[in-house]
Design a protein around this ligand. Sequence first.
Ligand SMILES: Nc1ncnc2c1ncn2[C@@H]1O[C@H](COP(=O)(O)OP(=O)(O)OP(=O)(O)O)[C@@H](O)[C@H]1O
Length: 237
Amino acid sequence: MPLIEVTDLRKRYGTRVAVDGVSFTVERGEIFGILGTNGAGKTTTVECLQGLRQADGGTISVLGLNPETDRAALTRRVGVQLQESRLPAKLRVREALELFASFYPEPADIDVLLDQLDLREHARSAFGKLSGGQKQRVSIALALVGRPELAILDELTTGLDPHARRETWRLVEGVRATGVTVLLVTHFMDEAERLCDRVAIFDAGRVVATGTPAELRAAAGESTLDDAFVSLTRSAR
Ligand SMILES: Nc1ncnc2c1ncn2[C@@H]1O[C@H](COP(=O)(O)OP(=O)(O)OP(=O)(O)O)[C@@H](O)[C@H]1O
């Protein structure tokens, strides 16, 4: 059984259709990318997967659970990357990890996590004093502290320099190597190409293509995922 199965998902806000019949599956152990044009319905879809929004139609199964009715059980098994602004500036890195660990029945060992994310030397630093890359690593650590089976990472490397982006990619590969399935929402084609086993391309509330980055390049007859993305989303308009 797929780890995530979304079938004909529909969601509107008033008269605006945000998600218009989206279907895709994510297998256990994959890094699966959700790519899309602005306003394509990516965030709405991911919020429905977490049980944060109620769908108007279709079905969703995450880890065999229904996010709308089993949200509490799901929350214990899914790690979500927080946007950095949601953490108080004075909170120290270790304190933040300890606080989040207290929400879970069997949290990760915080020292192991600090080492894994190269944060040991910043354990006593206030969150507000960290660099962008360090903050990003903390937000990934917080997503992993509950030892999730699925990690949802949104805008993983936005605002990071090329070195920090590559470091973050290596971290995500390391996370997957420990058996965690990763759902990655990104605008960066190089990131998707480098990290994702498969991607779904969203455009105007629909999935216009699903496959490995190589399959999508071949289907669009393009040599880069960037060009394939432009071609696939333009032809859907
Ligand atoms: N709370 C809301 N109320 C009304 N309309 C909304 C709301 N949230 C999103 N929308 C609209 O629904 C559509 C899909 O938005 P969504 O945020 O899911 O797209 P997205 O793919 O995540 O976009 P982006 O890449 O720009 O972040 C957009 O037209 C957006 O304006």
